[in-house]
Design a protein around this ligand. Structure first.
Ligand code: PLP
Length: 425
């Protein structure tokens, strides 16, 4: 199939994400989006099951976000955040502070999730330095975790997925432990903290769901344990809600389900409803206050060029409007119920080892996926845009997906998994 001219020319010059470019399937040329539909250059339509890496929670091209970006574009697309502030950014900061639990009230804007995590790491390390505590330069992170692709964030990802071996020598070394899911792992974590708290600035984890690590779920109790251990041993707690934030797990933020407040939280992905790059690192009052002093060296020395971009902040404000005016969390609850019912039949298929659902996250886990390209091709042939990875096929649809659309996606997954030849699965 020959595509549009820009595709063939441009493909000689782009470097694709997460792809062995010698063997990867050719990417599909997307030309339009609307609702939960992605239209390709040849006119084919795909029903989107994953909302563009979990971002497009209101579906594509929502008119309210479009209007907000057009209005902001007329006034001012961007102005530097050094020495100047803008209304969308300050309004967004106030709104995030009032939505987030506790005194998470001081917002530092960046333009990607990885950088938001790096800022959280810098905040945590310098929090202690500013109080004269040197030597607390390590993070404590967890197996199965994912916090970004930059060198600093890879070092707090799962050691295998973060390629700690391949990058041996290039990554700073942190403590990587098992999540405290039972008595033994809790005791082990407690012992590790007892021994090393003096060199640890913060614990970092994704609350309730480890996303890119394989959509692994844990109970709210695990987060309460982490909060208790962090307090006990005097280290900070960073929750990375870049994936879970903004309704994905059924509450606005996952930490609400545990009733805990982290010292620092990171947000991105659905922050602008999937329209523009924006991220935020939000600190509690005591964290912020540790940076206030007459010593210039106590300041947080960070400031991305496009920090607090007015267009992106206008999109985020419009996205928050939609959470306030449309029944997003009820929609998530309905998606949860439907996926529970309609993904469940996959459990009896060959090689399926688990089916699990939390909020608007539905996962079918296989013992392994032998032929990833065959699986991806079969899903596309069903008209479903679903991107299996590792050993899972999952759905994280827009919250506005219709029941009929969601049923089509669940059925497509079942059909494809049931129809794979033995050598493909
Ligand atoms: C996606 C993700 C990141 C990284 O965000 P980018 O914008 O891709 O840099 C970090 N943490 C979590 C939990 C994520 O899901």
């Amino acid at each position: 199939m020959s595509g549009p001219e820009w595709l063939e020319r441009g493909m000689q010059h782009v470097w694709l994400p997460y792809a062995q470019m010698q063997t990867t399937l050719p990417p599909l040329p997307a030309t339009r989006t609307q609702g939960c539909t992605i239209t390709l250059a040849d006119g084919r339509e795909l029903l989107d099951g994953i909302a563009s890496w979990w971002t497009a929670c209101h579906g594509y091209n929502h008119p309210h976000i479009r209007a907000a970006i057009m209005a902001q574009l007329e006034r001012m697309p961007h102005v530097m955040f050094g020495g100047l502030v803008n209304e969308p950014a300050l309004t967004l900061a106030s709104r995030l502070a009032s939505l987030l639990p506790g005194d998470l009230e001081r917002v530092f804007f960046t333009d990607s999730g990885s950088v938001a995590v790096e800022v959280a790491m810098k905040m945590a390390i310098q929090y202690w330095l500013n109080q004269g505590q040197t030597g607390r330069t390590k993070l404590l992170a967890f197996r199965g975790g994912y916090h970004g692709d930059t060198i600093a964030t890879m070092a707090v990802c799962d050691p295998e997925e973060g390629m700690h071996g391949l990058y041996n020598g290039a990554l700073p070394e942190h403590f990587i432990a098992d999540l405290p899911v039972d008595a033994a792992s809790t005791a082990a974590l407690d012992a590790l903290l007892a021994q090393h708290a003096g060199s640890i600035a913060a614990i970092i984890t994704e609350p309730l769901v480890q996303g890119a690590g394989g959509m692994l779920f844990h109970a709210p109790e695990v987060l309460r344990t982490l909060r208790t251990l962090a307090d006990c041993h005097g280290v900070l707690l960073i929750l990375d809600e870049i994936f879970t934030g903004f309704g994905r797990t059924g509450t606005m933020f996952a930490c609400e389900q545990a009733g805990i407040v982290p010292d620092i939280i990171t947000l991105s992905k659905a922050l602008t409803g999937g329209t523009m790059a924006l991220a935020a690192t939000v600190a509690r009052r005591h964290v912020f206050e540790a940076f206030l002093s007459d010593d210039p060296l106590h300041a947080l020395m960070h400031g991305p060029t496009f920090m607090a971009n007015a267009l992106a902040c206008a999109c985020a404000n419009a996205s928050l409007d939609l959470f306030a005016t449309e029944p997003r969390l009820q929609q998530v609850a309905r998606i949860e119920a439907r996926m529970r019912a309609e993904l469940e039949p996959c459990r009896t298929l060959p090689h399926v080892v688990d089916v699990r659902v939390m909020g608007a996250i539905g996962v079918v886990e296989l013992d392994r996926i032998r032929d990833m390209n065959a699986l991806k091709t079969a899903l596309i042939a069903q008209g479903a845009w679903v991107r299996p990875f590792r050993n899972i096929v999952y759905l994280t649809p827009a919250f506005t997906i219709t029941p009929a659309e969601l049923s089509r996606l669940c059925a497509a997954i079942h059909t494809v998994l049931a129809g794979l030849r033995p050598d493909q699965r």
